[in-house]
Write a protein that binds this ligand. Structure first.
Ligand SMILES: *Cc1c(COP(=O)(O)O)cnc(C)c1O
Length: 376
């Protein structure tokens, strides 16, 4: 089979990442830079400073570390290089991304305990507290903020309070929320927060970043289980000469610099949140009108991504539905919920009301073609 010849057609991505990016973000990548170029080192420095500002921790004893690779690489970096050899990780799970955390710990042979909850429920704070009280061996606690499986927000602030009451390190996967959902990194007592270039900040894929409480990070020296993922060494490298230890994703960093400027122009987290919330409301209203139903109860549904239940119609086949939408240049995403058949539609990335309305038009069109007859 031959692959389609470039230039590729631009499709609208209604996915959890990579996302649709602006023309200007893509254009920022048209320059080749040496990794030791002074201008480039300044770009890295300004990105680190801006990330601290977005997290409102520029004056709160935090530092930002950039790590090559996708978001999972950043998570693996924190897990593999901040938990002590004799450490024990408590993972709170209510979706596929929580499960992935436990999988990383298991592969790394890090002692771990999982507290698992249904994917349409928030974790029980009582159960978390009981676990922390009964098992003094636990050293670290980790949770996903926006569980991208469903789109719910976990109660990170309350979980952080418990982590600190029992004197645990607190690690948060805020991959799909940082930049578009307010997070009080210091106030919620987060030691390590992980997110990546290609989610709500609307850059292109290529690196993840970690906002680390500096005194917590300082204690992790020598704990790394791998050379490439060594968070402490990466931080020391960035601090000492402003550079990555190994080849930096230069083009991605230039795109990210532009994406940060565009986030600022949009009004920062508040502005971006407003656009995504608006996208979400238009989507939910339109999908309900077409006869679709969300997986989560309304009060738990966030504005990042929505899981919709497969409709009842015997003529519905997800692969056909997906392919027909794809042929119209709209990319949606398969579900990840383990106990219900769902597909997902993201509101994040360079998407506006007109894009959501165009998607709704396409979904209506495909439903008619498939003769689903969802609307009585
Ligand atoms: C996207 C995402 C990840 C993983 O990101 P990759 O870039 O695919 O490695 C991890 N956690 C959450 C919550 C995510 O949304």
């Amino acid at each position: 089979m031959t692959h389609p010849a470039p230039p590729w057609k631009n499709k609208a991505l209604f996915t959890p990442g990579p996302l649709t990016t602006s023309q200007s973000v893509k254009q920022a990548m048209l320059t080749e830079l040496g990794s030791r170029d002074f201008g480039f080192i300044e770009v890295i420095q300004s990105i680190r400073e801006d990330l601290l500002k977005i997290g409102q921790v520029a004056q709160a004893g935090y530092t930002a570390v950039l790590m090559q690779g996708s978001g999972t690489f950043g998570i693996e970096s924190v897990i593999s290089s901040t938990i002590a050899e004799e450490g024990h990780l408590l993972v709170i799970i209510n979706g596929a991304y929580g499960k992935r955390i436990q999988q990383i710990a298991q592969i790394l042979k890090i002692k771990n305990t999982a507290l698992e909850f249904p994917e349409n429920e928030l974790p029980s704070l009582e159960q978390i507290e009981r676990c922390l009280r009964q098992d003094p061996e636990i050293t670290d606690l980790m949770v996903v903020h926006c569980e991208t499986t469903t789109g719910l927000y976990n109660p990170v602030e309350q979980i952080g309070k418990l982590a600190k009451k029992y004197d645990k390190n607190f690690i948060v996967d805020a991959m799909s929320s940082f930049g578009a959902v307010p997070i009080d990194v210091a106030g919620w007592q987060i030691d390590f927060l992980v997110s990546s270039a290609n989610k709500c900040i609307e850059g292109v894929p290529g690196f993840s970043f970690i906002l680390a409480n500096q005194s917590s990070l300082e204690k992790t020296r020598g704990r790394a289980r791998s050379l490439s993922f060594d968070l402490y060494a990466q931080w020391r490298g960035l601090e000492s000469n402003g550079q990555f230890r190994f080849t930096p994703p230069t083009h991605t960093l230039l795109a990210f610099r532009q994406a940060l400027d565009e986030l600022e122009e949009e009004g920062g987290i508040e502005g971006r949140m407003r656009r995504y919330q608006h996208n979400f409301r238009i989507l939910r209203e339109g999908m309900r009108r077409l006869g679709f139903q969300e997986y989560l109860p309304a009060e738990m549904q966030g504005w990042i991504i929505t899981s919709f239940l497969f409709p009842q119609s015997p003529r519905f086949h997800f692969e056909t539905f997906y392919q027909k939408l794809n042929d119209l240049d709209f990319v949606i995403y398969p579900g990840k919920v383990s106990n219900a058949d769902c597909f997902r539609i993201g509101n994040i990335g360079r998407l506006f009301e007109q894009d959501i309305r165009a998607l709704l038009w396409a979904i209506d069109h495909v439903c008619r073609e498939m003769e689903l007859n969802l609307k009585e």
